[in-house]
Design a protein around this ligand. Structure first.
Ligand code: ZN
Length: 290
């Protein structure tokens, strides 16, 4: 099953998809709000069978909705840096001995098809297609063998990066957490649809030109290793998002004279096997004061 946040008839709602059909859930069930995927993941009824959930939903007319970010209120957004062997090589950096962990704030969340304004503070904006893990249950101190049991599902992330801001100091936060720098979605596929997250084709196109094309099996740390590692430091909560790193092909990895940083009008299309397709158009900086 897939779940997504949408605006439907001017209301925030959750869409569900099974066997190719999208449907919209009621906004509450037994006095519990079901307006976001985060609500749904935390809702005790989410353990109902997928057929029972689909029975609660009404058919969604084609083109009758606007997408929202795949998760709305994550407590934590983790990112793993340099997690693909060939991306570490193109960055000229040694393969890490343990996962490189950084974070983005929730101001970075953006939806599939939502325009992303280029931040005026940067002139070196880059893309990063990534497999994102969405946590389904509170969990800590998980072994690698049990780690994926707490995962609700997977979605597509673009870890948009302002390289000049990122490289200004040893801490990457500045360049990673600009407004709308994490288009996420369109939908979250439940873990049963993605039995092996460490073997998925992953790709990105810039204005129709293939730029990143790899497979998650090039990851240095597997999804289970990443979840286990983080769970030994933090209590993971339902709705937490973990971006697992990007493969080679980012603009930063190109020769100096071929670094065509993103500009207004550029469009990126991201795909991950089993998770569909995400598109984002970058637009001129928003320089208004509020
Ligand atoms: Zn990244």
């Amino acid at each position: 099953m897939q779940i997504a946040n949408i605006v439907y008839k001017d209301e925030a709602r959750v869409a569900v998809r099974r066997d190719g059909n999208w449907a919209v859930l009621p906004s509450e069930w037994n006095h519990t709000s079901l307006r976001t995927t985060d609500d749904f993941i935390r809702w005790p009824g989410s353990s109902l069978s997928q057929a029972a959930v689909m029975d609660m939903a009404a058919p969604l007319p084609e083109g009758g909705c606007t997408w929202r970010p795949a998760v709305i209120h994550p407590e934590k957004i983790f990112c793993i840096g340099l997690n693909y062997r060939r991306h570490a090589q193109e960055s000229g950096l040694a393969l890490p001995d343990s996962p490189v962990v950084f974070s983005k704030f929730s101001n970075t969340l953006a939806a599939h098809q939502e325009p992303v304004p280029l931040p005026p503070a940067s002139s070196q904006i880059d893309y990063e297609v990534e497999l994102a893990i969405v946590i389904g249950q509170q969990a800590r101190n998980l072994s690698v063998a049990e780690a994926l049991q707490c995962v609700w599902g997977y979605t597509i992330a673009n870890d948009v990066s302002a390289r000049d801001l990122q490289m200004k100091t040893s801490q990457w936060l500045l360049g990673k957490s600009c407004d709308k720098f994490l288009p996420l979605g369109p939908a979250i596929a439940s873990a049963d649809e993605i039995p092996d997250p460490d073997s998925l084709d992953i790709a990105l196109w810039l204005n129709g030109e293939s730029r990143q094309h790899s497979n998650t099996r090039d990851m240095i740390f597997s999804c289970a290793e990443i979840v286990s590692y983080l769970s030994r430091v933090w209590t993971l909560q339902p709705g937490d998002v973990i971006c697992t790193g990007t493969p080679e092909g980012v603009i930063l990895g190109r020769p100096l004279d071929k670094r065509d940083w993103l500009k207004a009008g550029d469009e990126v299309r991201l795909t991950i096997e089993g998770l569909g397709e995400q598109t984002t158009r970058f637009v001129a900086p928003d320089v208004s004061a509020s």
